[in-house]
Write a protein that binds this ligand. Structure first.
Ligand code: NG1
Ligand code: MG
Length: 399
């Protein structure tokens, strides 16, 4: 993977000029990828998540236009799109460019179109170093970089939290991925050296210093593409909704699974006649409790307990929610067998993508060596490792 320090702004300017004529007056915006530390498949259930923003992400070099035309180009992808603000529609062949187009579409209709007249066009060049389809939110990072860039160049005063919601709508309605709020929130609202615990129904949130003294946060990519992830993701969402419906027969006031305490769950679990759906709900309710406890443990500096909760989260996603799969389970197995690995789990939607681990400094080299060797022996795939820092959410960069 290319690291952030490899990005040379002169290179980016030159590439911009090559595609658009000249780079006079461009502005640079950045939005990170994110990693979820714990709290998986809880966001769309109104539950708790505990993500953090990464220091790699998507850069958008932007120059305003005045003719209403938006032109999208990428340093890495062939597909490109030219879209007049008057006619923003989804086109399959526009590929990745549908994400910024979705954001544009949502901005145009935001507040009943109150800002539409100010959205007068832009040329945009993207450069990203979040691995795609790995569960690190490359899509949310494109969306949030775009949302911030377009509001900034148009001089619109829209708060970050609104851009977060608007970008989620872009993904739900324009791109057609029915994701929860976690990704856009972490990407927009992330804070350097902090994780953020978010309650996804109320959007109440709390920053927690991410102190893991003597340890590193390591993301390991299975390099297994996520295949049927979308259909299975939507199937899990449906199963949770079915579970909620049954529980509501006993607790009519319940708005979401995220409102259900462990104690309440014990009382109503028999209301769900279907064993599989009971298992799905059991994961959601227990995962929510793990997030709360993980936050406390991190604040207390009890990394051993924090790590155990990460492992328990993986096992619940494997056994109850069934979203891990052979590669992620193999990583979990080989990583957790390493002495200096404090905690390890899948992160993101699952079915492939990434694992996240907390590893003692002195064990990092061994972790990389042994995990790679054993993982490759079992799967035939070569994993990638990223030793991570926690960075800030979306922002404009000085150039
Ligand atoms: P990733 O792995 O980034 O696709 C998905 C959802 C999140 C959340 C997690 C599971 C998308 C774009 N995002 O994350 O909202 O539900 O799965 O915790 O589908
Ligand atoms: Mg995504």
């Amino acid at each position: 993977m290319t690291t952030v320090s490899d990005l040379d702004i002169r290179q980016l300017r030159a590439a911009f000029a090559e595609r658009f004529g000249d780079a006079e007056g461009v502005r640079l915006f950045f939005a990170p990828g994110r990693v979820n530390l714990i709290g998986e498949h809880t966001d769309y259930n109104g539950g708790l998540v505990f993500p953090a923003a990464l220091t790699f992400g998507t850069y958008a070099l932007v120059k305003p236009r005045t003719d209403g035309l938006y032109r999208f180009r990428s340093m890495q992808f062939e597909a490109q799109a030219d879209t007049p603000a008057a006619n923003v529609t989804f086109r399959k062949e526009d590929d990745w460019a549908n994400y910024p187009k979705g954001v544009l579409s949502e901005l145009l209709s935001y507040a009943d179109g109150a800002y539409a007249a100010k959205l007068q066009g832009a040329d945009v060049l993207y450069y990203g170093n979040v691995p795609n389809g790995a569960g690190l939110s490359s899509s949310a990072s494109i969306e949030m970089a775009t949302a911030l860039a377009f509001t900034a160049i148009a001089g619109l005063d829209i708060p970050m939290l609104e851009l977060v919601k608007l970008s989620q709508r872009a993904e739900n309605r324009f791109v057609g991925v029915n994701c929860g709020i976690m990704d856009q929130f972490a990407v927009g609202m992330g804070k350097r050296e902090h994780a953020v615990m978010l309650k996804c129904d109320t959007l109440d949130y709390e920053y927690v210093p991410f102190r893991i003294e003597g340890c590193k946060l390591i993301i390991t990519n299975t390099n297994k593409r996520r295949g049927l992830a979308d259909s299975k993701y939507n199937e899990r969402r449906q199963q949770c909704e079915d579970g909620l419906k049954w529980i509501k027969e006993k607790l009519p006031q319940l708005g979401s699974l995220g409102e259900l305490s462990l104690a309440q769950w014990e009382e109503v679990r028999s209301a769900i006649p279907d064993e599989l759906i009971r298992a799905r709900v059991e994961h959601v309710v227990s995962e929510d409790a793990r997030v709360l406890e993980a936050k406390d443990r991190l604040e207390q500096g009890d990394l051993a307990a924090f790590g155990k909760l990460m492992n328990a989260s993986h096992e619940s996603l494997r056994d109850l929610y069934e979203v891990t799969g052979f590669e992620l389970d193999t990583l979990y197995e080989v990583a957790s067998a390493i002495e200096g690995c404090v905690g390890t789990r899948m992160t993101g939607a699952g079915f492939g993508g990434c694992n996240v681990s907390v590893v003692r400094d002195e064990a990092v080299d061994e972790f990389r060596r042994m995990v790679a060797e054993r993982y490759t022996a079992k799967t035939g795939l070569v994993p990638s490792f990223y030793v991570c820092d926690i960075g800030d959410g979306a922002k404009e960069l000085d150039i």
